[in-house]
Design a protein around this ligand. Structure first.
Ligand SMILES: O=C(O)C1=C[C@@H](OP(=O)(O)O)[C@@H](O)[C@H](O)C1
Ligand SMILES: C=C(OP(=O)(O)O)C(=O)O
Length: 448
């Protein structure tokens, strides 16, 4: 068992801290790290990865890629090599593929298995077992995969028999989801002909970019207002390619908001990825009046990155449109923390997808805000936070429900509340940001 899932719950408290100062680099992007392993598996030969996120979620994907035939080695800190078997070359795994807490890993790998003549069982922790998988199984069944076993409502554990000859399909995703899009495209890699995914709202595009980078023919064109059509020619020969993983903007979000709310702070976060489909939080924080300077813009691993300088700022409440959700979907819990320290009302619209993350994040955030004494409401799919300009009582205990982002968000909050904030279990932080506590302490944060 991994650290994240071993032993008993580990409570942790954050204490009101002095100004945060210094420079730091958060670990590699989780989305790109999962995909680097998967593209390594599906290429014939040796793929090298630098800056891999060595979090539990990604290590589970690596283990699954091994079980399907890849040889994977760690050669240094964040440095890995994958000897892949190529499209069509997968081996049937011996045991259950245990994805722990990882929605992305399990769903993308269902796509891989769904397009190959192998049978595999997918499982995970109590959080993953609650997450809806029909959204992935439906299109895979259209392509010819069969669900041999599933828990109620299309949940894990799921046994999937992949299609020997997957049908190329045209699929319109029912919700903006890079995981659904990616599962269909990955299954489509082994289909003879063109697989098309249409999304009404653009979701993160790492799969499309990496498909092209590894040598597949993929065409991306605009669809309606803000949507996209992705067309993939099946059965390419993927060529191994070196992957450099930029720093994860979803992890950077935590020190970023910490610096904005802890008085007197001034920090620099190095090499943060600025892929435009991931920068919704930056846009929102700027609208709130955050002092964010973008320094040294450059390109790393095919993505634009920059150093970000953040200084403590007087924030004001804003209205966050629903259309922005795909570009900041994992950042709402920490945005709710920033909003708690703002003056006035922040309304975050269209958050229905938060109900099906590692926890029901809409409810978990609302409960955490209640524990901290923050005035808030859930109105339909909207979260409303009424801040009082920097005065947040704190002093509460937050239930994290096996959700790393709930844990990190309320620990960041506690660095600036009057009384400490405690989370009931910090173990899941290991899934996406294993050095969170150490990195934050390095900037001056106090935890006990
Ligand atoms: O494709 C990905 O890497 C991810 C997609 C998003 O999920 P959805 O596809 O469910 O929106 C996001 O929440 C998750 O953390 C990572
Ligand atoms: C939703 C998340 O991840 P996943 O879906 O991969 O579990 C997340 O990291 O916030």
């Amino acid at each position: 068992m991994s650290n994240a899932h071993a032993g008993a719950a580990q409570p942790l408290s954050a204490l009101r801290s002095g100004p945060l100062r210094g420079r730091a680099r958060v670990p590699g992007d989780k989305s790109i790290s999962h995909r680097a392993m998967i593209f390594g598996l599906l290429s014939v030969g040796r793929t090298t990865i630098e800056g891999l996120l060595e979090g539990d979620d990604v290590l589970r994907t690596a283990a699954a890629c091994r079980a399907l035939g890849a040889t994977i080695e760690r050669t240094g800190e964040g440095a890995w090599t994958v000897h892949g078997v190529g499209i069509g070359g997968l081996r049937e795994p011996d045991g259950v593929l245990d994805f722990g807490n990882a929605g992305t890993g399990s769903r993308l790998m269902m796509g891989v298995v769904g397009g190959h003549p192998v049978t595999a069982t997918f499982d995970g922790d109590a959080s993953l077992r609650k997450r809806p998988m029909r959204r992935i199984l439906d299109p895979l069944e259209m392509m010819g995969a069969e669900v041999i076993a599933q828990a109620e409502g299309g949940r894990c554990p799921i046994t999937l028999r992949g299609a020997a000859d997957p049908l190329p399909i045209t699929y319109r995703t029912p919700v903006a989801s890079a995981q659904i899009k990616s599962a269909v495209l990955l299954a489509g890699l082994n289909a003879p002909g063109r697989t098309t995914v249409i999304e009404t709202e653009a979701s993160r595009d790492h799969t499309e970019k990496m498909l092209a980078y590894f040598g597949a023919t993929v065409r991306v064109s605009p669809e309606g207002e803000g949507g996209r059509r992705i067309e993939l020619e099946g059965r390419p020969e993927l060529r191994p390619a070196p992957v450099v993983v930029p720093a994860d903007p979803s992890s950077a979000a935590f020190p970023m908001v910490a610096a904005l709310i802890v008085e007197g702070s001034d920090i620099v976060l190095e090499g943060v990825m600025l892929n435009p489909l991931r920068t919704g939080l930056l846009t929102t924080l700027r609208e709130m009046g955050a002092s964010i300077e973008v320094l040294e813009r450059r390109v790393e691993g095919g993505e634009e990155v920059a150093d970000l300088r953040l200084r403590a700022s007087a924030l004001k409440g804003v209205d966050v449109p629903a259309g922005r959700a795909p570009s900041m979907i994992d950042e709402y819990p920490i945005l709710a923390v920033a909003a708690s320290f703002a003056e006035g009302e922040t309304r975050m619209r269209g958050l229905h997808e938060l109900r099906v993350k590692e926890s029901d994040r809409l409810q978990a955030v609302a409960d955490g805000l209640a524990a901290a004494g923050v005035d808030h409401a859930i109105e339909g799919d909207d979260l409303v936070v009424r801040g009082k300009g920097g005065h947040v009582p704190g002093g509460g205990l937050v239930a994290t429900h096996l959700d790393h982002r709930i844990a990190m968000s309320f620990l960041v909050m506690g660095l600036a509340t009057r009384a400490p904030m405690q989370v009931d279990d910090a173990r899941m932080i290991e899934t996406s940001f294993p050095i969170f506590v150490e990195l934050m302490r390095g900037l001056g944060a106090e935890f006990a």
